[in-house]
Design a binder for this molecule. Structure first.
Ligand code: THU
Length: 135
């Protein structure tokens, strides 16, 4: 389970981070804050592109930043949106998170701290994994 102090810290980080979202097309900024097993934080925003399909989600930005810095085990991911209801990670993000940490707690949170917490495993049951490729 995630303690309140950690949630508060991740929320504050996400509030700063969301300002950096590059969203000229959707005008729908999102921020992700990822906490590693070691307690290190990586942030991410959605980064859009004139070729829409080249857009990168906030969650994957954070995961790719962490992996490229040598961190592959994650404990908690907070997703912040300026919406009434919390926003959940898209299918591609769930699959990427699943590659590294199936039991990670995903905190989906709004500006006014409306919150849903689920594990990635709950969000992506019956997932395709590395083991499925064994002959
Ligand atoms: N988006 C994310 O950053 N994460 C998700 O899990 C869902 C969608 C972004 C992509 C795009 O910039 C905007 O939200 C609208 O789809």
């Amino acid at each position: 389970m995630v303690d309140k102090k950690t949630i508060d810290k991740m929320y504050e980080l996400a509030k700063e981070t969301i300002e950096k979202a590059y969203v000229p097309y959707s005008k729908f900024p999102l921020a992700a804050v990822l906490m590693t097993k070691e307690g290190k934080f990586f942030t991410g925003v959605n980064i859009e592109n004139a070729a829409y399909g080249s857009t990168m989600c906030a969650e994957r930005t954070a995961v790719f930043k962490a992996v490229s810095e040598g961190y592959k085990e994650f404990k908690t991911l907070l997703i912040l949106s300026n919406t009434k209801k919390p926003v959940s990670p898209c299918g591609a993000c769930r699959q990427v998170i699943n590659e590294f940490s199936k039991d990670i707690d995903i905190i989906m949170m709004t500006y006014d701290k409306n919150m849903i917490i689920k594990t990635n495993n709950e969000l992506l049951p019956g997932s395709f994994n590395r083991e499925d490729m064994e002959k």
